[in-house]
Write a protein that binds this ligand. Sequence first.
Ligand SMILES: [Mg+2]
Length: 119
Amino acid sequence: MARVLIVDDSRTSRKILRGLLEEEGHEILGEATNGQEGYDKYAELRPDIVTMDITMPVLDGIAALKKIKDDFPDAKVVMITAAGQKTKIVEAVRNGATEFVAKPFDRDNLKSIIAKVAG
Ligand SMILES: [Mg+2]
């Protein structure tokens, strides 16, 4: 069981992620709708794992990943990716992303990646 923070500007994505993670027995500590809020909630809640969307307003997922890893080097950040984001994925790897999950979500894939990261 992991304590998870969900960061995504899409209400639908947050709902799907929450549902799938709760089914697996994980605890959702909170949700954030942009990278800045994600950083603030990370600092406040100190979750085991963050799921981080890439395209978001205010501060995108890459910038939020950088901020979190700068201040909390041990943070486990799972990037949520969509088709056509290859450059962003490279940038996320360079900035310390722990893993990647592609949208649309596949239950088994999400399950195994979160289990692996929760270790
Ligand atoms: Mg988005």
